[in-house]
Design a protein around this ligand. Structure first.
Ligand code: C2O
Length: 343
């Protein structure tokens, strides 16, 4: 799948899964004439993205400052909070076609594009934040929902005066409410203990029992193919469950987290996806010969476009993101309780 042609970008269509109504939303990015091919960054040390519930006051101050500055950028700046949220909308709600296939919409979910697309998306988001505070070593936090202390919305995101806050969230799911990693829209009234147990078995099942690249990443998706050929284990749940659990049910399209077009408007989205990204690293480190990435060149050469920290448009290829360490980052080591939690 080739990177989309931005000059052919169109409004996105958003449909409500419950009522079936739809609306048209403008999500196209600012146009650029020049495209740069991605080169892996140079760095001297691997930066570790921290668990959101473990960060200190110093870190929080930097992170909030960066988000504040991003929110203050003019709306037509491709690095602004609004444009960055629209990146997700455009790639997920039908703003682009496959190059050469004007009838085939590009959808980066529900297929093998899921992990690499989001990895690059976070990568550039983080670089923009770092640039805004003049700290090229800045890292974003991950929402450690696969471990017991992380199974609530992290504190730093629930202060209504913080730029990390978003009011369009399910009011019943504020801390100390325990997250449900196979949430499908209805509340299960489990005790705290049983909920933890259930979450850990979801994690074990989705991470340990799925042993091949297509079961983990999702199905092959090539130029001209119909969208959504099939999602991988983690994309399904816990990934989708967390989106639905955070989104505000009172909103017509379960905004913000409950719909692709609006998910990037909640700062929590990026912490959620950092954890998804971290699980990609962990999956490959589990024992088993088949736990590797695809070697299919249609996957490796798939490409996307993102604006970088200098507002330059960059073309990236899946093959350049397979190891997060070549991008200069990894994740803080924390306990992984589900590994021993065979249901
Ligand atoms: Cu692009 Cu979590 O969705």
């Amino acid at each position: 799948i080739a990177a989309p042609d931005l000059s052919l970008c169109e409004n996105s269509t958003v449909t409500s899964s419950s009522s079936g109504t739809s609306m048209s939303v403008p999500c196209c990015p600012p146009k650029a004439t020049n495209i740069i091919d991605f080169k892996p960054p140079r760095f001297s040390n691997i930066r570790l993205r921290p668990a959101a519930h473990l960060v200190d006051a110093n870190y929080l101050e930097k992170f909030t400052k960066a988000m504040e500055l991003m929110k203050a950028l003019p709306h037509d700046d491709p690095r602004s909070f609004k444009q960055q949220a629209n990146v997700h909308c455009a790639y997920c709600n039908g703003a682009y076609d496959h190059v050469g296939f004007p009838d085939q919409q590009l959808q980066i979910h529900f297929s093998w594009l899921f992990f690499p697309f989001h990895r690059f998306y976070l990568y550039f988001y983080e670089r923009i934040l770092g640039k805004l505070i003049g700290d090229p070593n800045f890292v974003m936090p991950f929402w450690n929902w696969d471990s017991t202390p992380g199974m609530v919305i992290p504190d730093i995101y629930v202060d209504p005066t913080s730029p990390l806050y978003d009011e369009k969230r399910n009011v019943d799911h504020q801390p100390p409410k325990m997250l449900d990693l196979d949430y499908a829209g209805t509340e299960e009234l489990l005790s705290k203990r049983d909920q933890i147990k259930s979450n850990l078995s979801v994690m074990y099942r989705q991470m340990v029992t799925y042993k091949t690249p297509s079961l983990f990443h999702g199905a092959a998706y090539r130029a001209g193919d119909n969208p959504s050929p099939g999602m991988g284990s983690v994309e399904n749940n816990p990934h989708t469950a967390v989106h639905r659990w955070v989104g505000d049910k009172r909103e017509p399209f379960s905004e913000d987290m409950g719909n692709f077009y609006s998910a990037g408007r909640d700062p929590l989205f990026y912490a959620h996806h950092c954890n998804v990204d971290r699980l990609w690293n962990i999956w490959k480190s589990l024992p088993g010969k088949k736990r590797t990435d695809f070697t299919d060149t249609d996957w490796l050469d798939s490409s996307f476009l993102f604006y970088d920290e200098n507002a330059n448009l960059v073309r990236v290829k899946v093959r350049d993101c397979l190891n997060s360490r070549t991008l200069g980052y990894d994740y803080q080591k924390v306990n992984i309780p589900w590994l021993k939690n065979k249901p």
